[in-house]
Design a protein around this ligand. Sequence first.
Ligand code: ADP
Ligand code: MG
Length: 240
Amino acid sequence: MISFKNVDKWYGEHHVLQHIDLQIKKGEVVVVCGPSGSGKSTLIRCINRLEPIQKGRILVDGMDVNDPRTNLTRLRAEVGFVFQQFNLYPHMTVLDNIMLAPRMVRLMPRVEAEEAAMKLLEKVDIPDKADAYPCQLSGGQQQRVAIARGLAMQPKIMLFDEPTSALDPEMINEVLDVMKQLALEGMTMVCVTHEMGFAREVADRVIFMDEGILIEENTPDEFFHNPQSDRTKDFLGKIL
Ligand code: ADP
Ligand code: MG
C-alpha cells in the first residue's frame, strides 16, 4: 500500500530523510517513534505529498506520489491525515468540518454528506456534538472530530502525527480507543506516537528513526524486549 524506495530529502543543507526504504502492506499498523527532530513528521508528510522529496520514489496504492502527472486530489482522498493540533476550521460546526471535503471534492449532496458525517460522529462516539463549534469541545473531542473528518473521504490509509501529544492525560485514551477500533477494522495506519502502550497492543511493526535514518524496524515484541541498536536502547531507556 505504501512503498519508500531509497528516498532522500533535504531541507536546504539538512539531510532530513536518508535512504529510506520502507514497505507497508494493506491493513498494517505501523508506529513510528524516535527523538524530536529525527524526521518522523517529515516521513509521513511525504506520503500524501505535503512535502516533496529530492531522490527516490514513493508509491501509494500504485500512485507515484512525486510524479507531476499524479492526481494530488485523488492521492489525498485516499490518505487521511490527523495532526497534533487538530486543525479544525474554527468558524464551522463539527458537522460542517466533516462534510467539507466530501461536499467540495466529491460534490456530494448535502443530505447524503450529512448522513455520512453523522455515522462518523457515532463511530467516534460524539454524535451529540454535531452542531457544536470546535472551541466548545474538549481537546479529546476535537481530535475525535479530526479523525472523523480524516475518514470522511473513505481513505485507504490514515496517517497520525502525534495525535495525543497536545491532549491532557485524561483525554489520551478516548483518542487511542478510536484509533484501536480503526486498526481492528483493518485500516492501514502509520502513527507517529510515543504512546508505547498503543504500540505494544496495536502495532504490527514499530519503526525507530534517528537523525533522518530508519535505524530499526521490528515487531513490537522484539522492538521492546530485544532492541538491536544502541540508539534504540538509549531511546527506550529514556521513554519507558
Ligand atoms: P520530528 O517529527 O521527528 O520531530 P521533523 O520531521 O519535524 O522531526 O523534523 C526533522 C528535522 O527537519 C528537524 O531538524 C526540523 O527542524 C527540520 N525541519 C522540519 N520541517 C522543516 C521545514 N519546513 N524547513 C526546514 N527544516 C525543517
Ligand atoms: Mg514531528
